[in-house]
Structures are given as structure tokens and as C-alpha cells.
Design a protein around this ligand. Structure first.
Ligand SMILES: [Zn+2]
Ligand SMILES: [Zn+2]
Length: 186
């Protein structure tokens, strides 16, 4: 992201504010001078459990404003081109704020570029981006929203990967490494 300072909140500070002092995400954000979406993403990437329903409901209040801010900050040519297609995910998960934030964060980290063929949208070409779970979604529920567990593929490269390696356990990390370094032709 050009000219944008990427805030890096140390885990111990986040833990102290959010867990030890039990502040809400909004209050943590205020203290750190960032927005709630940033705190949210850091909580996810530090694997600090997000507190229960009451905050999630409150969260939906900030989320409108924060998401607007977030999508402005993270707007890439393709960030809104994603169109479903991961049929093994439940609708509920796909539509969850966590999932959408996770996906956006994975795309942003990968600069909206397919990590296999290196295509990026632009020049009038539409590239549909997918976020793929490196460690399987079903086997590793704790890593579902870990940004490090996601990788950006275009739709073609994503489909091809699963065609070659299937889904779940057998399409794990090792296969992904093979997929990224070997030219599979076609
Ligand atoms: Zn690709
Ligand atoms: Zn996948």
C-alpha cells in the first residue's frame, strides 16, 4: 500500500489491553490511535480469541463505518471481484465478517496478485481472486482466520490446484509448495 503506514501492534500490548484489561476493540483502537478494523485484524493474526456475542453484536455497529474505512484503505482493482465458488464452505462462514476481513487481508498482503501465475487485475482484464486455506479449513478450525494460513490465487489457478490435489488433508502444505514451484503445464 503506497504511502500507508502499516501499523504493527505488538502482541503483548494487544493482549494487555484486550485480554488483561478487557477493553473493547473500539477502546483498544482509541488507545492505539487506529481503527477497530486494524485491532480486529491484529487480534486475528495474533490468534487472540475474539470475545463473545455481545461484542460481536456491538462489532456490527463499528463494522459499517470501519469496513468502509477498511475497504477504502485496502481497495485494490480486484478486491471486489471475488465471486464465491468455494462450495465446501458454508454460506454462513462465507458471509461472516471474519471471513470477509480474512480474505481481504490475505489479498492485501499478496497485493491482489495470484501467487501462482502472478496475474493481477488491471488493463481492463478481470481476474477473479480466491483465497485458499493452506492448512485445511475443516481440519484446522483454529487457523481459519489466520492470515498466514491464507494465500491468494486467481480462480483458474485455484481450481487447477484442487483438481490436481483434491481437497482437505491431501491438498496440504507440501502439495502447495510443489504447486507453486513446479510448472504443471496447460
Ligand atoms: Zn493464477
Ligand atoms: Zn482452496
Amino acid at each position: 500500500m503506497k504511502g500507508r503506514k502499516r501499523l504493527n501492534i505488538p502482541k503483548n500490548i494487544l493482549f494487555n489491553l484486550y485480554v488483561s484489561q478487557c477493553l473493547t476493540m473500539e477502546k483498544v483502537a482509541k488507545k492505539l490511535g487506529c481503527c477497530a478494523a486494524t485491532v480486529y485484524l491484529h487480534l486475528l493474526s495474533c490468534e487472540i480469541p475474539i470475545r463473545g456475542k455481545s461484542e460481536a453484536i456491538k462489532g456490527s455497529r463499528w463494522s459499517l463505518e470501519a469496513r468502509l474505512k477498511f475497504s477504502k484503505a485496502y481497495r485494490g482493482k480486484n478486491s471486489h471481484m471475488w465471486k464465491g465458488g468455494l462450495t465446501s464452505y458454508t454460506e454462513q462462514v462465507k458471509n461472516s465478517l471474519e471471513f470477509r476481513l480474512w480474505r481481504e487481508a490475505v489479498f492485501a498482503r499478496d497485493n491482489w496478485t495470484c501467487q501462482k501465475c502472478r496475474r493481477r487485475g488491471g488493463d481492463g482484464k478481470a481476474i477473479y481472486l480466491h483465497s485458499h486455506h493452506i492448512k485445511s479449513f475443516s481440519k484446522y478450525p483454529d487457523l481459519r482466520f489466520a492470515i498466514d494460513n491464507g494465500i491468494t490465487f486467481c480462480r483458474d489457478c485455484h481450481n487447477k490446484f484442487h483438481k490436481l490435489f483434491g481437497r482437505g488433508e491431501k491438498s496440504g502444505e507440501e502439495k502447495l509448495k510443489d504447486y507453486l514451484i513446479i510448472n504443471w503445464g496447460g
